[in-house]
Design a binder for this molecule. Structure first.
Ligand code: MN
Length: 241
């Protein structure tokens, strides 16, 4: 208890009982700027064709969310060890929305002022663990929140982005096009996602929201390079050792 009290009373670092974790910082497109990541929220089943390929009916239920730990985020261009504990690693091409101004109960028409920017992202998924979790009615944490599982391309300020409610979103593995969708196919557009999420938690500056993936998710193998590209944004690439 003594240590805990001192923790709150002191603003200096001298009383930490372990080194404080380094902040997770992601590159900003076209500058030396760094975006400090606070939390990572992800939307499930936000494109009808992907819901169908997962064996589900894309009826208009409310959006649902899961999290990845903040330190699963890695910038584009990394070579990562092939993830452990899976024989079916999948790519998921996603638009990432970066929150610059927090808030709660944000109306859809007011969400634009809360968005700092956008990025291309890859919601890497241990699909075999996810399938088992679904069967057992257990959480997805270990299917979604493993080391290096959130590949995030350079973040681009919203002021430099065009209309991000439409535009091609693609996944390439080597020269193969694996996913080829359009942002306009989202069941829940970005404004609605932010509005709904801000009714569940208080959004904070630095939060990232991965907005779901179009159809065509598939397996990645050791040695492959996977690139997510979205019109108007820098791509997000990862290579599996
Ligand atoms: Mn996803």
């Amino acid at each position: 208890m003594h240590v805990a009290v001192r923790w709150f009373k002191n603003t200096g670092m001298e009383n930490l009982v372990l080194p404080a974790p380094a902040p997770v910082l992601l590159p900003v497109s076209g500058s030396d700027g760094l975006f400090p990541v606070r939390r990572i929220f992800c939307v499930g089943r936000n494109y009808a064709e992907h819901a169908r390929e997962m064996g589900l009916d894309p009826e208009k239920k409310k959006p649902f969310f899961f999290n990845k730990p903040v330190d699963t985020a890695i910038p584009s261009g990394r070579t990562i060890p092939f993830p452990v504990a899976t024989e079916n690693l999948h790519h998921e091409a996603e638009l990432v929305v970066a929150i610059g101004t927090g808030g709660m109960d944000i109306a859809p028409e007011d969400t634009a002022t809360h968005i700092w920017g956008y990025a291309a992202g890859n919601d890497l998924t241990r699909r075999d663990l996810q399938a088992q979790a679904k069967e057992d009615r257990r959480p997805w944490c270990m299917a979604k929140g493993f080391d290096n599982s959130a590949v995030i391309g350079p973040l681009k300020p919203a002021t430099e982005c065009g209309d991000m409610t439409r535009g091609a979103i693609r996944c390439h593995v080597g020269d193969d096009v694996r996913q080829d969708g359009d942002l306009s196919e989202m069941i829940w557009p970005t404004a609605n996602i932010i509005s709904f999420l801000s009714g569940l938690v208080t959004l904070q500056p630095g939060d990232l929201i991965m907005t779901g993936t179009p159809a065509g998710v598939g397996q990645l193998h050791a040695g492959e390079t996977c690139t997510i590209s979205i019109d108007g944004l820098d791509s997000a690439t990862v290579t599996l050792a």
